[in-house]
Ligand binder design. Sequence first.
Ligand code: ADP
Length: 582
Amino acid sequence: MEAHRLSSTKPVQSLKPTKKIPLEEDTGKASDALPLPLYLTNALFFTLFFSVVYFLLSRWREKIRTSTPLHVVTFSEIIAILSFFASFIYLLGFFGIDFVQSLVFQPSPDVWIAEEEDDEVLLAKEEARKVPCGQALDCSLPPLPPAAPIVTVQKVFDEKPVTVLTEEDEEIIKSVVAGTTPSYSLESKLGDCKRAAAIRREALQRLTGKSLSGLPLDGFDYESILGQCCEMPVGYVQIPVGIAGPLLVNGREYSVPMATTEGCLVASTNRGCKAIHLSGGATSVLLKDGMTRAPCVRFGTAKRAADLKLYLEDPDNFETLSVVFNRSSRFGRLQGIKCAIAGKNLYIRFTCSTGDAMGMNMVSKGVQNVLDFLQTDFPDMDVIGISGNYCSDKKPAAVNWIEGRGKSVVCEATIKGDVVRKVLKTSVESLVELNMLKNLTGSAMAGALGGFNAHASNIVAAIYIATGQDPAQNVESSHCITMMEAVNDGKDLHISVTMPSIEVGTVGGGTQLASQSACLNLLGVKGASKETPGANSRTLATIVASAVLAGELSLMSAISAGQLVRSHMKYNRSSKDVSKAT
Ligand code: ADP
């Protein structure tokens, strides 16, 4: 019975409310069999208990007075005795076990340890009942004793202690809720990022009336994201990381970390890795490495815009411009400038190498240097924006597909006919035909832009999240054309992926966070390359392309063998009844 289970898990006695606090999702029913609010069933059994006690005592007195033997009972007395035991058991179960447990167990006031995994939701509800949470707060909750800590709605993960908010924190929470302390100022005000996140989180719960109990707070280094990765944190989302591999590419084996919640994806990529390995490995070649940024500038006439275009694209001026550009960083080196003109408006696409950084910051600083420099000779130049979308960042655009952005990579492998049959469970001919009709013709019919592949973005996104890349750049980083051809007299399969705009880095941004950095470490490309600046990020790009090749190989095989739906039903659909999930 739910009422009984609730009463049997009581680790924080000091915060026990005398009244039930109504919660949005918790109607506080006594049980499914007795769907009444708890206060009603409590009142019912209290009344029953005291009524039958009164009745039985008066009957006892009457029997003594009339000298009637006690064991001679009437029907109404039997009913009264049964009601007495029923109400006694109910009240003992509801209040008594709680009391006994409070004597037997002396729980730490600041630690909440869930006993059963399955009870997670139940525990959160129970805890929420004890802790004021949002607008659902019942103001009749008794005030906390002065020294009593406030325990956040947070289950312990990995046995780490939960965050404890103090009375002083409570005052700050109230001021955030009241709007007198801006939530964004908590880190600078408190000088403690973890505490700031805990306070913000609690204030948010109170303001919205929504529980964040499933979103972990503890177990994360909030200092590491300050001023670089995320503002106003209230916790972190957990994404499982699976491993595909070993992926044999350019003679080296890699275990590829993939952060995903899509069932089948890692298993499928893993199968592709196996097919590549059994066939002698893949070869991945980096063709180009240059990040781009394209500001938009405007002139009074199209003639003046054309003057600047000619000036910037004149090889004689490149030396001067690159000296100015390269002042921004010891790693940023200008490679080229390409302009597009639209009437009086000029879009200047700068391309530069960026070492091991993905490079957006670096290239932007270099571009700013050049724009400042140009103002001398072109004082009538009006800078509309440092980015004019001709770059083009985080949007599907033909300029990236044709010119490349970040790392341009081509990767190939020859898969033995035997492996195609035994591991991929299909044939060379059907793969070649499917590739032609799906990835080439089908995508052409759909008017695809860089989407001549089966699911490159699946692999790119999973590796990007695991290794701390910017997941929004998955848009252009997944541009890919997959080619398949029967070779060696039709016995074997030649497969290649060509990806012109893989934007990756191994320094800066999310790459320096603990989890992401561990994944980069697994690949042997963590941080800046000591020997050759840029070598780590370039290796990472070749790994991304090879993993995409493995993913393409496996998914295309599943489709050609008609296995797709079956394998998804097996790995992508839990047998759990999701309708019962809370
Ligand atoms: P992004 O340009 O990708 O946004 P950041 O500017 O955040 O990256 O990070 C690049 C920073 O890392 C720069 O300050 C740069 O000087 C430094 N850095 C150190 N080693 C390297 C390296 N090998 N390659 C590129 N940048 C490096």
